[in-house]
Design a protein around this ligand. Structure first.
Ligand SMILES: [Zn+2]
Length: 154
C-alpha cells in the first residue's frame, strides 16, 4: 500500500479484533498505535478485546481441573458484563459483527449458522446481541459441565 488514509473508528474495530491474533502487518500496527494515541473510545475497545483474548487464552490452557475451571468462569462472568453493555454494540448485529465478536471468520461462522440464534429480515441474516450473549452463556455452561464430568472421571 503506497497511499493510505488513517483508519476511522469503525475500521479500527476490525483492526483491533485482529490485533491479538497477530494478523496485522507493520503498516496496520502503526496506524492502530497512531489512532489509539488520540482516541479514548478505541482504547476502551482495545481493552475489551484484550480482556476477551486473555479469558479465552486462560480457557485454552491445559490442564483444566474443575477448581480451576470454576475460577476461570467466575472471571469471565465478571468480564462479560462490560462487553455486553458496550455502547458501541447495537442490539441488532450483522453477521460481520457476530464474527468479529466471536473472533472467527465469516466462513467459520456460516458453517455454524444452524446452531446460532439468527433471524432473517429483508433477505439479510441478523442476530440480537442479547441472544448472542445468552447463547454464549449456554455454551459456557455446557463446556463447564463437560469439564466437571471429565474431572470426576479421572
Ligand atoms: Zn477511534
Amino acid at each position: 500500500m503506497s497511499h493510505t488514509h488513517p483508519p476511522t473508528c469503525a475500521q479500527m474495530d476490525a483492526l483491533l479484533s485482529r490485533l491479538d491474533l497477530g494478523e496485522l502487518d507493520a503498516e496496520e500496527q502503526r496506524q492502530v498505535e497512531a489512532h489509539l494515541g488520540g482516541c479514548p473510545s478505541c482504547r476502551e475497545t482495545r481493552a475489551q478485546y484484550a480482556r476477551l483474548s486473555e479469558a479465552t487464552a486462560a480457557l485454552l490452557t491445559p490442564p483444566l481441573g474443575a477448581e480451576r475451571a470454576d475460577a476461570i468462569f467466575a472471571r469471565i462472568a465478571q468480564r462479560r458484563q462490560p462487553l455486553a453493555e458496550a455502547e458501541a454494540l447495537p442490539e441488532i448485529l450483522t453477521m460481520d459483527e457476530v464474527a468479529t465478536l466471536l473472533r472467527v471468520s465469516l466462513d467459520e461462522l456460516e458453517a455454524e449458522l444452524e446452531h446460532l440464534p439468527v433471524f432473517e429480515f429483508a433477505g439479510q441474516l441478523r442476530m440480537r446481541r442479547s441472544q448472542l450473549f445468552r447463547w454464549i452463556e449456554a455454551r459456557e455452561k455446557r463446556a463447564h459441565l463437560r469439564l466437571m464430568a471429565a474431572d470426576a472421571g479421572r
